[in-house]
Design a protein around this ligand. Sequence first.
Ligand code: FAD
Length: 378
Amino acid sequence: MSKTQPRALVIGASYAGLVAAAALRANDWSVRVIERSRERLRTGGGVVVQPRMMEYLTGRGLGIRDIIGVPAQTRKIFRPDGTVLTMPETASAYTSWDILLRRLEETLHPEDLQRGLAMVDIPDWGASGEVVLSDGTTDQADVVIAADGIGSSARRQLLPGIAPSYAGYVAWRGMVAEDQLSSDTVALFADSLSSFAGARTVILLYEVPGEDGTVTPGKRRINWVWYENIQDGQELKEVLTDTSQVTHRATVPRQMLPEGTLQRIHRTATEDLAPAFAEVVCRTEQPFVQTIDDLTIPRLVFGRVVLIGDAASLIRPHIGSGTAKAVDDAIQLAHALSDGCDEDLNCLAAWEHTRLEDHAGLAEYSRAIARRLGLGYR
Ligand SMILES: Cc1cc2nc3c(=O)[nH]c(=O)nc-3n(C[C@H](O)[C@H](O)[C@H](O)COP(=O)(O)OP(=O)(O)OC[C@H]3O[C@@H](n4cnc5c(N)ncnc54)[C@H](O)[C@@H]3O)c2cc1C
C-alpha cells in the first residue's frame, strides 16, 4: 500500500485475530483489535502450539520467545483388545487455550485491544472498510479483518443464507488435573497423545500445563476430546440444554451441563471406553460439549473486509488443523497486504484463491478421517 502506515481493524481477539494483528504489526501496520467478550475466554480446552506460528512470531521479535507446552513424545493407540500400538510423535507440544491466548495478546500494545466492543454492522458490503460498533461509533480502516469465529456476524451479513451445518456428532471436552487421577493412569498417558475407539465413541487425550503454567509431572492436566454420534432433533436438543433449561446452538459451556447429562457421560464412558480413559472422563469436574459443524464459503474478500479463521471455514478437528489454518490465513494475509499491495487491494485475489483451495482440501481430508472413524453423517 502507498500509505506510510496503513491501518487494520481486526474483529475478534482469538487465535486468527491475534495472529493477524501480530503479523501486521510486524510489517509496520497500525492495528486496532476489538473483542466482544469483556474477559479472555476461558474455554477449558487444549490446543497444539503451532510450530509455524512460533517460527513466524519469534522470527519477528514480537516478544514471544516460547509458549509453555507439554511435548508429546509418542502417539499411543489403545485397542479394545487391550493392546497398545506405540509410535513416535512428531514433537508437537500441547498447551491450554488460556495460556496461548494470553501469550498472543502480549504481542499487542495494550491500547491496541479493546474488550467488550463488538462489530454490529458492515454498511456497504465492505466497499468502504467502514463498520458500526456496539457502542454506536463507526470505524474505518484500510482493511477490516473479520476473525469472529464460527458464528461470525460478518459472514452472516456478507453471505446471508450461508451457515455452518451440523455434521452429526458432538465433542465432549474437558481437563482434569493429574493429581485427581490414579498414578497408574497418569503413567499410562504420560508424554503421549493417546486415543481409543470404542464401539460408539472415539476419544483423544494429551497432557497440557497446569492452570498456573507448570509442566512439572504430577502438576499438569490431561485434556481430552471425546466424539459421539448424536442424532439431530430431540437427542441433540437434550445434549445442548444447560442447567437453566436453555438450549444452545453449538456449545454448552463449562459448569452448565445438567446433572442428567453428566450422568449420561459417565454411563457412556464406563460402557464404551477402556477403564483408564473412562477414569479421566468421570473425574473431570467441568466437562463441556460442542457440536461438530461443516462450512466452506465461496468468497473471503468483500471490498475491504476479509474473512479468516473459523469465520471463513470450519475444519473438523481430527487433523488438529483449525488453528493451523487460522494461522496460515492470518500470516499469508499479512504477507499479501504488505508485499506491494495496491490501494484497491487487488493483491488479495491471489490470496483468496489459494486460501479457498486450502480450506476445501482440509475440509475434505478431515471429513474423510471422520468417515473412517465412523463419525457423522457424511
Ligand atoms: C471440539 C473441537 C476441538 C478442537 N480442537 C482443535 C485442536 O486440537 N487443534 C486445532 O488446531 N483446532 C481445534 N479446533 C478448532 C479451533 O478451536 C478453531 O479453529 C479456532 O478456535 C479458530 O479460531 P478463530 O480465531 O477463527 O475463532 P474463535 O476462536 O472462535 O474466536 C472468535 C473470536 O471473535 C469474537 N467475536 C465474535 N463475534 C464478534 C463481534 N461481532 N465483534 C467482536 N468480536 C467478536 C469472539 O468472542 C471470539 O473471541 C477444535 C474445534 C472444536 C469444535
